[in-house]
Design a protein around this ligand. Structure first.
Ligand code: GDP
Length: 206
């Protein structure tokens, strides 16, 4: 997919105030510092489109970007900040749950995983919840340039083994690097393919 245009659209603190569900939507989420902003900038080819690392405790916002005027890329607030209060954590959970359950145009959640770390409870739990809710998702392993390909592959294998303990079917996954651009075409082509399944009236109720 060629990115002709990528624009910031809105920031919302409430999921019910997000833009009308008139385009297919892909939500990006992961633990803090996973490389989400860098990945969004790499995929769109626009440095600075997603702001890198908002500090924890700041208002948690759902950021919508519109790509090529035909799909939404959504930057969701991350999870797993060590220093966040119980109240903020509960607010995050309420906002994200509402968003995930009610966003009629949500085609796929892209769960970002740092390819250097062994499987983390926060990620496994989040994906388990998506599975329980029947929400389609893929795994995007980030920062693959930080180690050898063999090391990344070993970690991915480890991850999938862990996931196969609870899943019959494993999600699709992609290896990426914001540094080298690895995985860019694969992820964009995946999105282009899913976009073909978009049925506008089904989401808007028109
Ligand atoms: P976010 O908090 O998930 O949005 O993460 P950021 O995109 O702000 O990235 C966190 C840190 O990881 C920053 O210092 C980035 O420069 C670094 N980073 C992100 N992606 C990559 C990558 O693919 N390769 C390398 N080497 N560093 C990365």
């Amino acid at each position: 997919m060629l990115i002709r245009d990528a624009r910031f659209l809105t920031s919302n603190s409430r999921a019910d105030l997000c833009p009308a569900p008139t385009l297919p939507e892909y939500a990006f989420i992961g633990r803090s510092n996973v490389g989400k902003s860098s990945l969004i900038n790499m995929l769109t080819g626009r440095n600075g489109l997603a702001k890198t690392s908002a500090s924890p405790g700041k208002t948690q916002l759902i950021n919508h970007f519109v790509i090529n005027d035909n799909w939404y890329l959504v930057d969701l607030p991350g999870y797993g900040y060590a220093k966040v209060s119980k109240t903020s954590r509960a607010e995050w959970a309420r906002m994200i749950n509402f968003y995930l359950r009610n966003r009629a145009n949500l085609m796929c959640v892209c769960v970002l995983i740092d390819s250097r770390h062994s499987p983390q409870a926060a990620d496994l739990e989040f994906m388990e919840k998506l599975g329980e809710e029947g929400i389609p998702f893929i795994m995007i392993f980030t920062k693959a340039d930080k180690q050898s390909t063999a090391q990344t592959k070993a970690l991915v294998t480890d991850y999938l083994r862990k996931m196969s303990e609870i899943w019959d079917e494993l999600p699709r996954y992609f290896l990426t690097s914001a540094e080298t651009g690895l995985g860019r075409e694969d992820v964009l082509d995946f999105i282009a393919g899913v976009n073909e399944q978009w049925v506008p009236d089904a989401a808007t109720g028109a």
